[in-house]
Design a protein around this ligand. Structure first.
Ligand code: A2R
Length: 312
């Protein structure tokens, strides 16, 4: 099996490469932006900016992958507020360029489009946990672009009989995630405090939101299973099935800290709109693949803390 990962230099990409290569024994080919690096050995790596439309089709024709995993994205909600046009360009226009290039191939590879639990947006209390048919009410720019990508994927699957599966991935966490994301941010601050690089105060944004966190190593396992068993044209939630308040995550991180730390709110970390609770109903994923998360939140936090302790 030959799998092409587009946008593999990001957080999920490195875990996905390892999983497909080492656990599933697939041949893996990766693309990245020219300025990025991928340090994993024994795989072919190409430069590809998905906004350069004309470069995509020739690359696909020369690689001839059986599976295409489209990860390339502007993936930060915070950045999407600051730079909405860029987010729309990469996540919508870029995805259309990728889908159009795949459509022009003379065969139909299996495609996995990575969306987000954020697409559901303003969830009513009666809609939790959220199943895939729940109305999408995106609450931020990033979420709107991913909801659009999902709709485009469905349209292309139906109109052109393309073998496209979409996922809505809920928050995923793990070592090596950029500190733009909450768990990585908190753990980095704790590691800096532990070595005396920073005063013993942790700066936080909105702590009341509850999110569904899954370890990235479990997430990529779900992607592999969906590529093998998913049904074309369908969307699958990927999440733990349990929302945890950011405040509780912070408390667990503080419990694992080697020093006593004070908590203070930093207004620059507060987002203009925040969705109070996002929790996945993962029944559809389970029925299709029998996937269940295997790594506990405590284990993930411990690994992320150790990652930052080694970096600092
Ligand atoms: O933004 P950068 O410089 O970190 O690069 C990201 C890359 N990317 C692009 N690749 C090709 N052409 C573009 N025009 C373009 N713009 C950005 O896609 C990054 O290396 C990669 C996405 O990785 P992350 O931002 O680390 O996302 P992560 O956590 O790996 O999530 C993968 C997927 C994304 O579609 C998320 O929206 C979704 O899972 O949750």
């Amino acid at each position: 099996m030959k799998a092409l990962i587009i946008g593999a230099a990001g957080f999920v990409g490195s875990y996905l490469i390892q999983h497909l290569k080492d656990d599933l024994h697939w041949e893996v080919i990766a693309t990245k932006l020219p300025q990025e690096t991928i340090t994993i050995e024994d795989i072919e790596i190409y430069n590809l900016d998905i906004l350069k439309k004309d470069c995509i089709l020739p690359l696909l024709q020369s690689i001839h992958p059986d599976m295409i995993l489209h990860l390339a994205a502007q993936s930060s909600v915070g950045v999407s507020w600051k730079n909405p046009a860029l987010t729309i360009d990469i996540n919508i226009k870029g995805s259309i360029y990728v889908l159009d290039a795949i459509r022009e191939l003379d065969y139909k590879p299996r495609v996995l489009l990575i969306g987000s639990g954020e697409e559901y947006g303003h969830i009513l209390p009666t809609e939790t946990p959220i199943h895939e048919e729940t109305i999408l009410r995106p609450g931020n720019i990033y979420a709107a672009t991913k909801a659009c990508q999902n709709m485009l994927g469905k349209i292309y699957a139906d109109a052109y009989q393309m073998d496209i599966i979409s996922v809505r991935a809920f928050n995923h966490i793990g070592p090596n995630q950029a500190p733009l994301f909450v768990v990585s941010d908190f753990c980095k601050q704790v590691a800096e405090i532990e070595v005396g690089q920073k005063e013993p105060v942790i700066y936080v944004g909105n702590l009341s939101a509850a999110r569904d966190f899954t370890d990235v190593r479990d997430v990529v396992r779900a992607y592999g299973l969906l590529l093998q068993h998913g049904i074309a044209g369908e969307t699958y939630n990927v999440g733990s099935g349990h929302a945890i308040k950011i405040e509780d995550i912070l408390n667990q991180i503080l419990l694992q800290s080697k020093v006593t730390i004070q908590v203070e709110v930093d207004s620059t970390k507060l987002r203009p709109v925040d969705v109070p609770i996002i929790e996945a109903d993962t029944t559809k994923l389970y029925q299709c693949t029998k996937w269940k998360p295997e790594i506990s939140i405590d284990e993930t936090i411990s690994d992320v803390l150790d990652y930052w302790r080694n970096q600092i």
